[in-house]
Design a protein around this ligand. Sequence first.
Ligand code: NAD
Length: 299
Amino acid sequence: MAQRIDGKAIAARLVAATAADVGDLAARHGVVPGLAVVLVGEDPASQVYVGRKIAQCRRAGIVSIEHRLPAATAQQELLALIARLNADAAVHGILVQLPLPPQIDAARVLDAIAPHKDVDGFHPVNVGRLSTGAGGGLTPCTPLGCIKLLDTVVDDYRGLEAVVIGKSNIVGKPVALLLLERECTVTVTHILTRNLPDIVRTADIVVVAAGSPGLVRGDWVKPGAIVIDVGINRIVDGDGRARLVGDSVTAELDHAAAVTPVPGGVGPMTIACLLSNTVQAARAQLERAAAIGTDAARA
Ligand code: NAD
């Protein structure tokens, strides 16, 4: 029987550790980390995600500052809000919930977020730091969560074969870079990849982020492999009941070494990593402010 990697429990430990870090920052600097959450429009799924993020912020002791804007908000208006948040010392992290309404260019908005406050890790500066391995940047939350789950079952990544299914900027590409950084041999696949099952069969680690329910079948996965299932798909059963399933058929993966359930695997890690990124951002900003203060005192 494959080990179930308990994302809920691992995320709860990360949230508790983040709460301790928040207490430490408050004690040392007298500052409580602040996360600005910007939601444009009334997309029901986005409202649920934002609600969960705010609730978890509270649990970790992070101040969340909500900005709910109407669906008709003009791009300039949103950019002006981002500029204000960039300049606000009480705001250490900025999250703009995607998707944005069609009149807004999401790439322009994400580019406008100050890289040191970009807790989603989508700004080109943070993407560049990740791809060069320069360090010091903010790493996208879901890929970071995947690695933290893998860390609980992988002792040594070096030389392992990793296959990533999906090449999105949000999940597939960054998770591939994180695995490459750990010296896995990484193959990134996508909808047009030929012989996908054969490629997946070579993998010691499979990360699937395709948004395709039940894509990865049991006979695609070699015995002893680890499967991280990022997919979240809402399906309706024959009896009309809706449920969430991943991109793999977990029931066929008993021969794997370890798998993540859906729900309860990667999902909870995404929010936990958002909180830890916010604290990382706050700490970096406070240290930078302290260093500038020291330099000014010396001058
Ligand atoms: P996306 O649509 O941006 O990208 C999907 C990628 O998968 C594309 O590169 C596409 O080529 C590839 N793909 C699609 N169908 C495929 C197939 N049949 N075979 C091979 N490749 C295929 O999606 P995304 O934003 O990367 O999200 C992927 C999935 O992960 C979705 O189900 C999404 O809901 C989920 N997700 C979960 C979390 C979380 O917190 N757990 C976070 C982000 C995304």
